[in-house]
Design a protein around this ligand. Structure first.
Ligand code: HEC
Ligand SMILES: [Cu+2]
Length: 336
């Protein structure tokens, strides 16, 4: 089979499959807000489909019943003019009713989508080229911590995210949970959502923000409230100190080879603020903002040459000997 046809066939077959992916789809809602957005969408779609069908049928009838050109085409016929006037008036009125009706439905839906719950769990998300800083803030500072590229939330509870940017405009969009909202420097935007069911929902930066915009994903893990509480207590703790020789060597090299200039690991001397917080990096699900799943191999490949995996990103390639790489990798993997 010629390559071109084969490519076309493969594309055709996989397109519907891509649409089935429920983890990042506004058509597979898992949150109170996305439910409402889908209901509104379906209603608009149904009304538009009915109107479109009616117009096409009317056009078809007109086409089939057309008459020959009369002798004096500009002459007025009283009866015909009256009938036409009535039809135009009725259709104009129907348009007004439909547009008003849809506007009311749309505004009413915003009461759910933009609802504010004072008891919401509050997170701050700061967009960076090309990763997400996630801050869990509590009234007492010893219960506040920072993580990256992954958000864990309890099911059934409203979550409020405060959105800011450290550089350019980004946009936070987790279609299964709610609509999108921009992250803008110097402005605080807010978004609230409630996840109905436990699961992993993928989000994606939805505003072109530079070279690696496409590799700026975020994972939202909705956990049962108990599980979330346990995770939060654990995440709140500082990094555990390595107990074995290789791990200790890795911790030293993390500072000696410059990683600590950009990365923070709570409870150690590494306090850099330029890159993602790595205190519990070993328990994350992905590397480099959803670019790769987190495994020892992908983590090692990232540290060895981040510019190969995500060209142009702001982590430089650090010259490391293979022994050093193994020690650092071993250390980071332990940071669960
Ligand atoms: C100049 C600052 C800088 C230095 C030095 C640096 N990094 Fe990074 N690092 C970054 C940035 C920025 C990112 C985010 C890249 C992205 O996803 O776009 C990152 C991402 C990472 C990640 C992925 C984190 C995640 O949640 O996906 C790991 C792991 C990491 N760095 C480890 C290291 C190690 C180990 C070293 C030392 C060998 C190091 N970094 C040196 C800036 C730096
Ligand atoms: Cu972005």
């Amino acid at each position: 089979m010629p390559v071109r046809i084969r490519t076309a066939l493969v594309t055709l077959v996989t397109l519907p499959l891509a649409a089935c992916e429920g983890r990042q789809s506004a058509l597979a809602p898992q949150g109170l807000q996305s439910d409402q957005i889908l209901r509104t969408l379906l209603l608009f779609l149904a009304v538009a489909a009915v109107v479109w069908t009616a117009v096409v049928i009317a056009l078809g009838i007109g086409l089939l019943r057309r008459k020959r050109m009369p002798e004096r085409p500009l002459a007025l016929h009283q009866d015909f003019e009256k009938a036409t006037g009535r039809v135009v008036f009725a259709l104009g009125f129907a348009t007004l009713v439909i547009v008003l009706g849809l506007s009311i439905v749309s505004y009413a839906g915003q009461r759910t989508v933009f609802a504010k719950d004072d008891n919401a769990l509050t997170l701050k998300i700061i967009g960076h080229q090309w990763w997400w800083e996630v801050r869990y803030e509590d009234d007492s500072p010893d219960r506040s911590f920072v993580t990256a590229n992954e958000i864990r939330i309890p099911t059934g509870k409203a979550v409020k995210v405060e959105l800011e940017s450290a550089d350019v405009i980004h946009s936070f969009w987790v279609p299964s949970l709610t609509g999108k909202m921009d992250l803008i420097t110097g402005q605080k935007n807010e978004l609230q959502f409630t996840a109905r069911n436990a699961g992993v929902y993928r989000g994606q930066c939805a505003e072109f923000c530079g070279l690696q915009h496409a590799h700026m994903a975020v994972a939202v893990l909705a956990l049962s409230p108990d599980e979330f509480g346990r995770w939060r207590d654990h995440e709140n703790q500082s990094a555990s100190s390595p107990t074995d020789v290789l791990g200790k060597q890795g911790e030293q090299l993390f500072r000696a080879r410059g990683c600590a200039l950009c990365h923070n690991i709570r409870g150690t001397l590494a306090g850099g603020q330029l890159g993602p917080d790595l205190t519990h990096v070993g328990s994350r699900t992905t590397v480099a903002a959803g670019t790769l799943p987190l495994t020892p191999a992908t983590l090692g490949a990232w540290i060895a040459d981040p510019q190969h995996i995500k060209p142009g990103n702001y982590m430089p390639r650090m010259p490391l000997q293979s022994g050093e790489l193994i020690a650092i990798l071993h250390y980071l993997e332990q940071l669960k």
